[in-house]
Each structure stands twice: as structure tokens, then as C-alpha cells.
Design a protein around this ligand. Structure first.
Ligand SMILES: Cc1cc2nc3c(=O)[nH]c(=O)nc-3n(C[C@H](O)[C@H](O)[C@H](O)COP(=O)(O)OP(=O)(O)OC[C@H]3O[C@@H](n4cnc5c(N)ncnc54)[C@H](O)[C@@H]3O)c2cc1C
Length: 363
């Protein structure tokens, strides 16, 4: 079985690795677009704190558990730099009522997911994340994790290459239902569309509208010289903004969610202001940090916030792995196992009905 995977972001890299683990012959083609989401993503893997609805939580909770298996699978292929680490996650607020509500909600979800670990209240969130404002308390969940999207993508591609996966640079089109790379036909039994926010335009020649659109995210990286930020947990204020830290004195603050942005690859004055205002209001200890860079990524956003996973009805050899929106670094590695199973004729371990890729096409 020869499979062409279009896109080498976290979705394509995960699918390719899983397909190769199952013995498929795989070619990954990537056009090297500007604004790839995987290269900008923050890297929070902590579904228990999220306010996501049940259908998203259903896949996200399994995907977070799967991360532990993924690290082992990469190690089997001799790749040890997954970058995934369990550092804990915490919802922070100065309002005790908000923290009470968060504690109930997170405890309920964590109780049926052992890897979530202990859920506890902290009077002072800055005990664990010293840059935070002193008035903030927290609900801390021990199993929260973080991952560097770039490093994990590279790790997956390295492991895939060790299993014989070929990586090709090129622009793919699906005109006539064939995979054309820079104008030449690439012969494949199955095609996996993992082209992120570009998936809709890629699939359009097949007469299908995926409804996946780019949602720009601007996200800033800071350095706190001389501070060991490596053990700091992920911080989720009660808003869509957040903070997390990485080894090397790095703190990341995100992010804008700009629906309707198109592929407009720019740091804007308003976007930068929004990120800085949120970051400094929650973490005044960042005031003297160095602003190192602001990254831009186009989230592949779906209309209902759920991913698109599955085969196209009229083109059953074309499988879609897209629409991961703000949660792709959490969802895509596990989704790679589902897509690989589907492509190779096995039954996936999760019911994919809610994630049907053509659910927006009939309108
Ligand atoms: C600011 C920001 C913060 C985020 N934070 C988090 C987080 O904390 N936790 C979390 O779980 N998720 C997070 N996400 C979401 C996550 O990053 C994305 O959902 C995920 O990376 C999407 O991966 P993808 O592989 O589908 O798409 P992408 O990473 O965008 O990859 C698509 C690939 O397809 C290629 N491509 C496109 N068109 C073609 C073509 N015609 N031919 C060949 N190749 C093509 C591109 O070059 C690209 O490499 C965040 C995203 C952003 C932007």
C-alpha cells in the first residue's frame, strides 16, 4: 500500500509515522508555506482544564493519554527528543468563585482520566510560576503537559524517515483526483490531506468544501535571563489567553484568535498590544523580560470547532486530517493513529462520526 501524505505539519507527520509503523510505503509532500500552525503553536496539552464541549473533549482526553504512548513509540524508533513534558497546568484567577467553579469542573473530568493526576487548590499561583501576579490563586492539575510543536514535528519526521518514509518538497494539487507534485503525477493508493488551513483549497477540485479556514494567531516569546523557567507549569487564566514556559529562560504568551484573517502573515499593532496586555496583567513579572519574537500561525479552523477526520464519500481513497483549530498539537498525534488505521482498512479506536470531513459540504 502506497500512501501520499500532503503536509508535514503535526497532522501529516503523525499520520506518516503511524502509517509507516503499520508497514505502509509513505511519501510526504510539503510546500513549505508561510504561517504553518505547527511552527507557531504554544504547545499546551491539558484537556481537563478546557471548557471544550463533549465531542472535542472526547477525542482530546484520549489524545492526551496517547502522548505517553507516543513518547515510547518514538523511542522505539531511536528518537528521544519528543519535547513532551508533564509540567502540570493551572487555571488562575483572583476570584474565589471562579476557582470554585474551575475546581468542580476540572475534578469531574480528571476523575475519569487517571493521567490527569491530582487536582488541588493553590492560594498563590506564583508559588509555581513566579512571574504571576500575587493576587492570583489557582487550580492545579498535575498531568498537564507541554510540547514544542517544531521539535515534535521534526521528531516524528525523523522517526518516519527511519522507517523508510520519503519526504519531498513541492506544491501539491489534486486536479483530476490525482496527486500532482510540481506538475508531475505521484502515484498512490491512498491520499491523506493534512494541509492545515490550506486543506479547503487543496480539496476544492474534488468538488468538496471542507469549510476549514485560516484563523491567525499571534504569539510572543520572552526571555527572562538567568531564570530557570523549565519546571514552570502551563497557566490558563479564565480567558482564551495563556502562558507557558520552556527550558532556557523562555516564557511564551498567547495568543490572538483572528477569525477571518485570511493568510495575512503579519504581526499587527493591535495583535501585539492584545498579547502584551493580557500577558502583563496576569504576569507583571514579565515587565522586564526581553521580547524575543512574535510568531504567526494560521490555525486550521472548522465551523464547529471539531476536527475533520475521515475518508471522502465520493473519493474513498482520499482521507482528511485537518480542522484541528486551537488544539492540533494535542489532537493530531492521536489522530495520526486513527487515520493510519482507516487508510489501511482497520477500524479506528474512536467513533469518528462527529468528525466527518464533509459535514459542511452539503450546505
Ligand atoms: C498561536 C497558536 C497557538 C496554538 N497553541 C496550541 C496549543 O497550545 N495546544 C494545541 O493543542 N494546539 C495549539 N495550536 C493549534 C495547533 O498548532 C494546530 O492545530 C496544528 O499545528 C495544525 O497542524 P496541521 O498539521 O493541521 O497544520 P500546519 O501545521 O499548518 O501544517 C500544514 C502543512 O501543509 C503544508 N501544505 C499546505 N498546502 C500544501 C500543498 N498544496 N502542498 C503541499 N503542502 C502543503 C504546509 O506547508 C504545512 O507544512 C496553536 C496554534 C497557533 C497558531
Amino acid at each position: 500500500m502506497r500512501v501520499a501524505v500532503i503536509g508535514s505539519g503535526i497532522a501529516g507527520a503523525s499520520a506518516a509515522h503511524q502509517l509507516a509503523r503499520r508497514g505502509a510505503e509513505v511519501v510526504v509532500v510539503d510546500a513549505g508555506r508561510t504561517g504553518v500552525a505547527t511552527a507557531a503553536g504554544a504547545g499546551i496539552v491539558c484537556p481537563w482544564t478546557s471548557r471544550a464541549g463533549e465531542e472535542l473533549y472526547r477525542i482530546a482526553s484520549v489524545a492526551a493519554v496517547y502522548y505517553r504512548t507516543l513518547v515510547e513509540e518514538l523511542a522505539e524508533d531511536g528518537v528521544t527528543d519528543s519535547s513532551f513534558e508533564v509540567v502540570g497546568g493551572m487555571v488562575v484567577s483572583a476570584d474565589p468563585a471562579e476557582l470554585d467553579e474551575a475546581y468542580e469542573r476540572i475534578s469531574a473530568r480528571a476523575s475519569s482520566s487517571p493521567v490527569a493526576g491530582e487536582v488541588r487548590r493553590l492560594d498563590q499561583a506564583r508559588e509555581l510560576f513566579p512571574a504571576l501576579a500575587p493576587e492570583l490563586g489557582a487550580v492545579h492539575v498535575a498531568g498537564g503537559g507541554r510540547v514544542d510543536g517544531r521539535r515534535l514535528r521534526d521528531a516524528l519526521l525523523a522517526a518516519a524517515a527511519k522507517r523508510g518514509v520519503e519526504l519531498v518538497s513541492g506544491e501539491v494539487s489534486l486536479n483530476g483526483g490525482q496527486v500532482q507534485v510540481n506538475g508531475s503525477v505521484l502515484v498512490a493508493d491512498k491520499i491523506v490531506v493534512a494541509a492545515g488551513a490550506w486543506s479547503t483549497e487543496l480539496v476544492a477540485p474534488l468538488g468538496v468544501s471542507l469549510g476549514v479556514t485560516p484563523q491567525r494567531g499571534q504569539i510572543s516569546h520572552f526571555e527572562l535571563p538567568g531564570v530557570d523557567t523549565g519546571p514552570w507549569p502551563v497557566v490558563l487564566p479564565v480567558s482564551s489567553h495563556y502562558l507557558l514556559a520552556f527550558p532556557g529562560s523562555r516564557v511564551v504568551a498567547g495568543a490572538t484568535r483572528e477569525t477571518g484573517s485570511g493568510f495575512d502573515y503579519r504581526v499587527t499593532a493591535e495583535g501585539q498590544r492584545e498579547v502584551l496586555e493580557h500577558a502583563l496583567s496576569v504576569a507583571p513579572g514579565l515587565a522586564d523580560a526581553t521580547l524575543v519574537e512574535t510568531r504567526i500561525g494560521f490555525r486550521p479552523a472548522s465551523e464547529d470547532g471539531l476536527p475533520l477526520l475521515g475518508a471522502l464519500t465520493k473519493h474513498p481513497d482520499v482521507l482528511v486530517a485537518s480542522g484541528f483549530g486551537p488544539s492540533g498539537l494535542t489532537l493530531a498525534p492521536f489522530s495520526g493513529t486513527l487515520i493510519a488505521d482507516l487508510a489501511l482498512g482497520s477500524t479506528p479506536s474512536l467513533d469518528l462520526a462527529a468528525y466527518a470531513p464533509e459535514r459542511f459540504s452539503a450546505r
